[in-house]
Write a protein that binds this ligand. Structure first.
Ligand code: UD1
Ligand code: CA
Length: 454
């Protein structure tokens, strides 16, 4: 491998066929912009410089990235791939080799780039054979099999169109030569563009040989030009991720129906049913079972916890042996201790639920600290917000809260207290006692008739 590698990523194009207001390279695959995938693959090659050419969409593209080690170079008008690389030319190290990558090829495989760099003397191409090469630049070889040029689809003769070996767009080239050839490009072709690919014929004219690294992994060099391409590569990525999870021991009900948009770390004997989405960083410990159609983001789920269908978990910590859902919602700051239960239509936010405590039905628990062995009855609401400020509710160990209770914070329910159903609690409730606060006047009206429709 050359000692000094510069990487230039072309990302200035609009992506007309995406039919979108967003620049193509900002469309997401597995929750990350296409360009981010390329940048990460590029980083694996430890380049001495990484330059990204941006243009369409203006600052929207550079603003979407925080990496400090990227040199952003604007291509004001998109006059072709050669013109794009020309913008980077002054920044390239004279004694280096440049690897040119495309910002719309997200599943790029660093090892084929490395193989290409290792082969390249003056100039080398990563090529692939495609059953349907339509649209791609064709790799033209002579009778001895030496590469002589790349001809773009729109400029190709009928005979050249039959060639199935195509340019992936990934090119490695000696910087001294690249700078000279770029300055000699013309736009005298079917598209009126400065084609980067014309430098191949220039190299051959100088008697240099053009190396080729042929890859067989088509999706690793597939570009995204349309929404259909994007969806196609998303499935390739997700199936590969599911395969990795299964290799690590996960039981996945259907590897075609799981989406990981980030990183999912798993213990042994994890089971994941269909339709689940994992976002950000998620950890599932040993023996965790995730039911169908759950969405879990930036959370940790402890050993042998069961998450039933349609549960939504965001920035929460769940300990071991808990039972969640179906239809539970844990919001940021929800922390469940061992053996806690959170049932259907229960929302928990910024609250701790102690060991063996249960909130099983139709409740809102926000800004609360709940001790051990607490039972929260159906329809309980912590009224944490007075319209301006938020307050905490503290429920100590062994408390029983009857159904349909409102706990108006700030309020403390003492250890072992019982709150009668239907209470609106506005003052602290003493430990060990029954507290209730309801309308006293229950009445019945004899002979009352329901109204009838007129
Ligand atoms: C290009 C190659 C073709 C190859 C194909 C592989 C050329 C002339 N053609 O064709 O041989 O088979 O990729 O996918 O190089 N871009 C800029 N500025 C520009 C024009 C393009 O930054 O002025 C960027 C685009 O954003 C994109 C990349 O370069 O990321 C490729 O451009 P695109 O127009 O898609 O080239 P293709 O016609 O696909
Ligand atoms: Ca393309």
């Amino acid at each position: 491998m050359p000692t000094k590698v510069n990487i230039v990523i072309l990302a200035a194009g609009k992506g007309t066929r995406m039919q979108s207001l967003t620049p193509k390279v900002l469309h997401c695959l597995a929750g990350k912009p296409l360009l981010q995938h390329v940048i990460e693959a590029a980083k694996a090659l430890s380049p001495s410089k990484m330059i990204v050419i941006y243009g369409y969409g203006g600052d929207a593209v550079p603003n979407a990235f925080t990496q400090e080690d990227i040199i952003w170079v604007e291509q004001k008008e998109q006059l072709g791939t050669g013109h794009a690389v020309l913008q980077a030319s002054p920044k390239l190290d004279d004694d280096g080799t440049t690897l040119i990558l495309l910002g719309d090829v997200p599943l790029l495989n660093a090892s084929s780039c490395l193989a290409l760099l290792n082969k390249t003397k003056s100039i080398g191409l990563l090529t692939v054979n495609k059953e349907n090469p339509t649209g791609y630049g064709r790799v033209i070889r002579d009778a001895q099999g030496h590469i002589v040029s790349i001809v773009e689809h729109k400029d190709a003769t009928e005979a050249q169109k039959k060639v199935t070996e195509v340019n992936t767009g990934i090119i490695a080239v000696n910087n001294g030569k690249l700078k000279k050839w770029l300055s000699q490009l013309s736009n005298d072709n079917a598209q009126g563009e400065y084609y980067l690919t014309d430098i191949i014929a220039m190299a051959v004219n100088e008697g240099l040989s053009v190396e080729a690294e042929v890859t067989h992994d088509e999706s690793s060099v597939a570009g995204v030009n349309s929404k259909a391409d994007l969806a196609g590569l998303e499935r390739v990525y997700q199936l590969a991720y599911a395969t990795k999870l299964m290799e690590a021991g996960a039981t996945i009900a259907d590897p075609f129906r799981i989406d990981v948009r980030g990183e999912l770390a798993i213990g042994k004997d994890v089971e994941i049913d269909v339709g689940c989405v994992f976002e950000g960083h998620v950890i599932l410990a040993d023996q965790v079972k995730i039911g169908p159609y759950c969405v879990i983001k930036d959370s940790v789920i402890g050993r042998a916890t069961t998450v039933a269908a349609f549960t939504h978990i965001d920035q929460a910590k769940v300990a071991a042996d808990c039972k969640l859902g179906p239809y539970a919602r844990l919001r940021p700051g929800a922390e469940l201790a061992d053996s806690a239960h959170v049932g259907n239509f229960v929302e928990i936010k910024n609250s701790q639920i102690g060991v063996n405590s249960k909130v099983n039905h139709l409740s809102y628990v926000g800004d609360a600290t709940i001790g051990q062995n607490v039972n929260i009855g159906a329809g309980t609401i912590t009224c944490n917000y007075d319209g301006v400020n938020k307050y905490r509710t503290v429920i100590e160990d062994n408390v029983f809260i009857g159904s349909d209770t409102q706990l108006v914070a700030p309020v403390v329910i003492g250890e072992g207290a019982t709150i009668a159903a239907g209470s609106t609690i506005t003052k602290n409730a003493p430990a060990g006692q029954l507290t209730f606060c309801r309308a006293k006047d229950q009445k019945s009206i004899p002979n009352w008739k329901r109204p009838v429709k007129k």
